[in-house]
Write a protein that binds this ligand. Structure first.
Ligand code: AMP
Length: 454
């Protein structure tokens, strides 16, 4: 019996550095052992035990539809960050290597005003072809599926790659039209692989609907390597952490993270709160918070969470000192005059915009003592260099520890990247919204839709 050890190895720091088979083994063992012991919620537990691309058999000549996340930033038609394309390569290369006919699809942008060349996946096809070192046939048809796609797929040889047009060009994927779209996508392939973690919290045609149609014709639905890595780190590290497990939450509003706070309190040993959301907690403790960001409708909720922490015997850390200013900087990265005060001495006409140095030290110490750390949300208005010190201190603490460190996407991921710490943490999630829902303990439709391992 093998129990996965969540130590940060050099391999774990490399994207795709852990062998997917080993990851799956960890998932399998950890899921079954801890699932039985602690009785995890069924739907959530099932997400930790999905078929992966390694479970697809006899791939030579098989048509496999892969939902990728090619939602890359574009400036004047040029890709400015290819991270998502690079992250998709291991799954695509595996399928090519096995002789499958690889049909790729993805969304790009919000497509608010209907299909348009500015949001076409054409630049992705070019970059992907360079990365793979082979042709990628791009189906530019705005209908995505249909005659042009059928023709391109019919002409594929073993190991060939076709990229379909932006799935959002078909309109809202979760609408009734989505059913028709799901069927048409599934008709192109024998098996389906979802590798778009960033979209997995949406019950869209290309993420969830298509899987029902693939199952109906006897095909297999699996998750790709990228998705498996996310499931493994976010799911298993939170469900079966090596302790002490410290969770750090920041960002603007308490309301955005209600369920994350509640769920993580149950799982972690210490919950650290920073950023704008800390002031609602401080006010709930009866402290004056001046003009700081406060959500008065959530004061009772914060009291409830502090009670919950007490009852569960968990530590809940709040800022002991705060960096304050007379006004929010405008522009956000413009000059700002600050002072540091104790968190119970914020003057009426001032607002807290970052954690203070004593708090940064306290939070850093908590990170040092941890074996697993999950972080989501900045400690202050990190867009401004004067107010980024708390966020940088936490980022540094994470970069320096040997613990398993997981960054839940969004602003904290951006901060780690900007500071050059990306390769010093175990995992940076590729999906902000999806990773938050995972941390909330929600079942993600795109993950749940994959077939369970036998
Ligand atoms: P979120 O999207 O909830 O993760 O929040 C991120 C935003 O929270 C960033 O744009 C920060 O500037 C902002 N933020 C962090 N701390 C504070 C604060 N003390 N007051 C106001 N905004 C903050």
């Amino acid at each position: 019996m093998e129990i996965c050890c969540w130590r940060k190895t050099r391999a774990a720091r490399r994207p795709g550095g852990i062998s997917p088979t080993r990851l799956m083994k960890c998932t399998e063992n950890a899921g079954s052992i801890f699932g039985h012991i602690f009785g995890l919620r069924k739907g959530y537990k099932d997400m930790l035990n999905k078929k992966t691309v390694d479970d697809l058999k006899d791939l030579k000549g098989k048509k496999v539809l892969v939902r990728c996340d090619f939602n890359v930033p574009l400036k004047n038609g040029v890709i400015t960050d290819e991270t998502r394309i690079v992250a998709a390569l291991p799954t695509i290369q595996k399928l090519i290597g096995e002789g499958a006919k690889v049909i790729l699809c993805s969304h790009l942008g919000k497509v608010k005003n209907g299909p348009n060349e500015g949001e076409s996946l054409a630049p992705v096809a070019v970059r992907l072809s360079e990365k793979l070192g082979k042709d990628v046939v791009f189906v530019s048809d705005y209908n995505v599926t249909g005659e042009a796609a059928d023709k391109a797929v019919a002409a594929m040889g073993d190991g060939d790659v076709v990229l379909l047009q932006n799935t959002r060009f078909r309109g809202k994927e979760e609408t009734k039209n989505g059913e028709e779209f799901s069927k048409e996508l599934a008709a192109l392939a024998d098996d389906y692989v979802c590798d778009a973690f960033g979209s997995s919290h949406r019950a869209h045609a290309s993420v969830e609907g298509v899987t029902k149609c693939i199952s109906a014709k006897g095909g297999v639905n699996a998750v790709g390597y990228l998705m498996q890595k996310e499931i493994d780190f976010l799911g298993n590290a939170v469900e079966n952490p090596v302790r002490p497990f410290v969770a750090i939450l920041g960002g603007a509003k308490v309301a955005d993270k209600l369920n994350v706070i509640s769920n993580l309190l149950e799982k972690c040993d210490t919950l650290i709160i920073g950023g704008g959301m800390a002031f609602t907690f401080l006010k709930a403790q009866g402290k004056g918070v001046g003009d700081s960001l406060v959500d008065d409708s959530k004061l009772d909720y914060c009291k409830e969470m502090m009670d919950k922490a007490n009852k569960l015997g968990k530590k809940l850390l709040l800022p002991i000192d705060t960096t304050i200013a007379a006004a929010f900087p405008d522009p956000i990265d413009g000059p700002v005059e600050v002072q540091v005060v104790s968190s119970d001495a914020i003057p009426d006409n001032m607002q807290g915009l970052d954690i203070g140095p004593k708090t940064a030290e306290l939070y850093g110490e908590a990170v040092k003592s941890a074996k697993t750390v999950v972080w989501n949300g900045p400690m202050g208005v990190f867009e401004n260099p004067v107010l980024a010190k708390g966020t940088i201190a936490v980022a540094k603490a994470l970069a320096e520890t040997e613990a398993t460190t997981i960054i839940g996407g969004g602003d904290s991921a951006a901060a780690m990247n900007q500071l050059g710490f990306a390769d010093k943490v175990s995992h940076i999630s590729t999906g902000g919204g999806a990773s938050l829902e995972f941390l909330e303990g929600k079942v993600l439709p795109g993950v749940a839709a994959a077939d369970d391992k036998e």
